[in-house]
Design a protein around this ligand. Structure first.
Ligand SMILES: [Zn+2]
Length: 63
């Protein structure tokens, strides 16, 4: 598996985000897109939730 490389992530303009497992779990499950959300918004929502669940998996916190 490829580990997250902090300097590479920073190179992509990303910043670290530390969340409690409970918060990540909530985020992974929480889609609050309205019915008329744009595709860009739904994409972003899906991407964020995917990353949240990936982070949980990496730490063995998935259900
Ligand atoms: Zn959503």
């Amino acid at each position: 598996m490829n580990k997250t490389d902090p300097s590479m992530e920073a190179g992509k303009g990303r910043i670290p985000l530390w969340l409690d497992p409970a918060d990540l779990r909530w985020l992974a499950d929480h889609c609050c897109c309205p019915a008329d959300a744009s595709d860009a918004d739904k994409d972003r929502c899906g991407r964020v939730r995917f990353r949240a669940s990936t982070a949980l998996h990496k730490h063995g916190q998935s259900r």
